[in-house]
Design a protein around this ligand. Structure first.
Ligand code: CMP
Length: 139
């Protein structure tokens, strides 16, 4: 079943010029990048995006990190895209990520973990709508 998921290439990735290498892993997995934009997240965007983590001890550091340098926001499309991209990303903590995953290959730490991907189809729709207009997604 074709789905869409929302992806962010995080500041640690853009700062190290890794966007092309990460996109290569995404595309080699079979996922298609159907929308993509490089932005500097505002404080408000980052706070809203990570609202579910507001009470977590790392929330402040997370928002600070996500606004510290540009990010690349993306929409990925393909069969079971949400679960597929989570497999391609690997575990949140790169020390626990499987070989060949984006986080194993590139992430620096649990915070600076190079990529975000939606955790459900419903959240993917919400997250995509936070950063893209429907007409900017060309499947
Ligand atoms: P992400 O998929 O973007 O969603 C929430 C983020 O919080 C997660 O990736 C991690 O980068 C970050 N995160 C999770 N746990 C921790 C932690 N213990 N310390 C710092 N950041 C964390």
């Amino acid at each position: 079943m074709t789905e869409r998921t929302f992806s962010i290439l995080k500041p640690d990735a853009t700062k190290r010029n890794l966007t092309g290498k990460i996109n290569a892993v995404i595309e080699e997995s079979g996922l298609r990048i159907v929308a993509q934009r490089r932005i500097k997240m505002t404080q408000e965007q980052a706070e809203d995006f990570y609202d579910v983590h507001r009470e977590r001890p790392f929330y402040g550091a997370l928002v600070e990190f996500m606004t510290s340098a540009p990010v690349v926001v993306q929409v990925l499309e393909g069969p079971k895209a949400v679960a597929k991209y989570r497999d391609v990303m690997g575990a949140t903590n790169p020390e626990q990520a499987d070989a060949g995953t984006i986080r194993k290959l590139f992430a620096l730490s649990v915070g600076e973990n190079s990529v975000h991907g939606s955790d459900s189809v419903d959240n993917a729709k919400i997250e995509i709508a936070q950063f893209f207009d429907a007409e900017d997604i060309v499947g």
